[in-house]
Every structure is written in C-alpha cells, then in structure tokens.
Design a protein around this ligand. Structure first.
Ligand SMILES: Nc1ncnc2c1ncn2[C@@H]1O[C@H](COP(=O)(O)OP(=O)(O)OP(=O)(O)O)[C@@H](O)[C@H]1O
Length: 264
C-alpha cells in the first residue's frame, strides 16, 4: 500500500522492547520493534524459534507488558482494547474443554460476558456456519478431527465478533493437506468478515499465501528484519503458489530469515 492508504491504523508499535528477567540473566525477547497494522490487513509473523513472535502477539493481547516503547491497539492501550473485547485469540492447540460440546465451548466466552441465551444461540450458529462446522454443535471435541477442532477454536474466537483476530501458529500441528484447506477457508473468512488478522507461523508458503503483509523477524534479540507488503491479489486460489510472483516473495522472506541468522 502507498501513501494513499486511508485505512485506520489498528496496531501501532513504536520502539517496542521487552526484556524477561530470568535466573540466567535478562532475555531480550523484543528489541526496538516498530510496526503499523492497518484495518483489514492479514499480517504474518515469521522467524526462527525464540525471535519473539509469540511475545509480540502476547503484548498486543495484554498478556505481557513491554519494558520500553509504546503500543496501541485500536488507538488505545492493549489493556483498554482487551476490556473492550477488541480481539479474539487462537492458540497453537485448539484448547477446547473436553467435557463441553463444540457448541458449549463456543458459548463459554459468551456466557462469561453475559450474553442472553438467545444471543448465545444465534452467534454460535453463525460462527459454526462461518467455519463450516454447522451440524457439529452437539458433538464433543474428541469426536472431531484435529483440523475441525482448530476450526471450532477459531469459531470460539470469532463468537463475540471482535475486529481483530490474533492467531498463534494455529495450524502448526496439522498435516499439509488439512493445513492447505484451512488456509483457504481462513482467507475466505477474512475476505467475508473484513477482520484484521495477526498470524504467527513457521511456514514460508503459509505466510506468503495468507498475508497482505509479512513481518520477518530475527532472534537474539527479537527484531524485525523485513516487512513485505504483498503484491498478490486478494483472491488467491491455492495454485497461486506456483506463480513467479509467489516464488519471488517466498525468496525475499527466505533471504530475510537468512540475514537474521547471519548475526549469530
Ligand atoms: N515468560 C518468559 N520468561 C522468560 N523468558 C521468556 C518468557 N517467554 C518467552 N521468553 C523468551 O523470550 C524469547 C522469545 O520467545 P517467544 O516465545 O516470543 O518466541 P517465538 O518466536 O514465538 O518462538 P517459537 O517460534 O518457538 O514459538 C525466547 O528466548 C524465550 O525463551
């Protein structure tokens, strides 16, 4: 996007640093991270283990606090954004309660937030439809495949209709075919809902296929090595991965990852 981009800034980080004090001394998880995420962006964070991807997401979600720098989410602090229910969070493991049905799991945050029974039912049906799990409401998690469980966990994060979806390697544990399918479905869902998505991944093809913006990170200390605004069209059939444009972006991501490693 160029200077004509008039979309609202949803996440704005400036010189964000986070040091964990540990028994072995300080760990510089993030150093001088600056980034703007715009309304409707699909942003992937990619980088080797320990480069601070999860920490960055957790700062956005008010689960960690920076030791220096500033960050706003929807124009306010992460804490205020959390209180305003600005985002849903999807973890690496689906994390569904085994003693609750799929519907029961999705309703849980709505129950806690005090939605009426009718509203709970309406929203649950709506998000199950969105993730293509209509008809599975009364099943228990163990009756679903891993990919379906992950979709149910996405439905749970969508149920209170937050503008922002924070997803920490949601498909990391799934096989490639299932992952391809979920990637397609997630793009579809993003397109239909206009949500802003921050997505952590280790997979270069996944990052390139999904994103409007790819943030390449490097470790020790965790920094941003490159930010790539994707020229790929919004509508992306899976075979776009064979196109020269796709291969070129993947190459640039790989170069960014390699440059980050070179510092060690
Ligand atoms: N609560 C904590 N206390 C101490 N150190 C931590 C804590 N959380 C994370 N770290 C350290 O901060 C650094 C960044 O961790 P983080 O989990 O953000 O990396 P990551 O890029 O998400 O890694 P991965 O890809 O393996 O999930 C690592 O060195 C990690 O050991």
């Amino acid at each position: 996007m160029t200077g004509t981009d008039t979309r609202d800034t949803i996440i704005s980080a400036r010189n964000l640093s986070l040091i964990f004090e540990t028994n072995d001394g300080p760990v510089h998880a993030l150093k001088d991270v600056s980034l703007d995420v715009k309304q409707g962006d699909f942003v992937s964070f990619i980088g080797p283990s320990g480069c601070g991807k999860t920490t960055f997401l957790r700062v956005m979600a008010d689960l960690e606090h920076q030791t220096a720098g500033t960050i706003t989410v929807n124009g306010v602090t992460p804490e205020e954004a959390r209180r305003a229910r600005a985002y849903g969070y999807v973890f690496q493991a689906a994390g569904l309660y085994p003693w609750r049905t799929i519907g029961g799991n999705i309703r849980l945050p709505l129950e806690i937030m005090g939605y009426s029974k009718d509203e709970q039912a309406r929203r649950t049906a709506e998000v199950l439809e969105l993730v293509e799990l209509a008809g599975f409401e009364k099943k228990f998690p163990w009756q679903l495949s891993g990919g379906m469980q992950q979709r149910a966990s996405i439905a749970r994060a969508l149920a209170f209709d937050a503008d922002i979806l924070l997803m920490d390697e949601p498909f990391g544990a799934l096989d490639e075919i299932v992952r391809d399918h979920l990637n397609e479905q997630l793009l579809n869902l993003w397109d239909r809902t206009g949500k802003t998505i921050c997505f952590v991944t280790h997979s270069i093809p996944e990052a390139v296929y999904l994103s409007t913006k790819i943030v390449v990170m490097s470790p020790r200390p965790g920094r941003i090595a490159d930010v790539i605004d994707s020229p790929l069209p919004r509508h992306r059939p899976l075979d776009i991965r064979d196109s020269q444009e796709f291969i070129d972006i993947a190459h640039r991501v790989r170069e960014g990852l390699r440059a980050g490693h070179g510092d060690e």
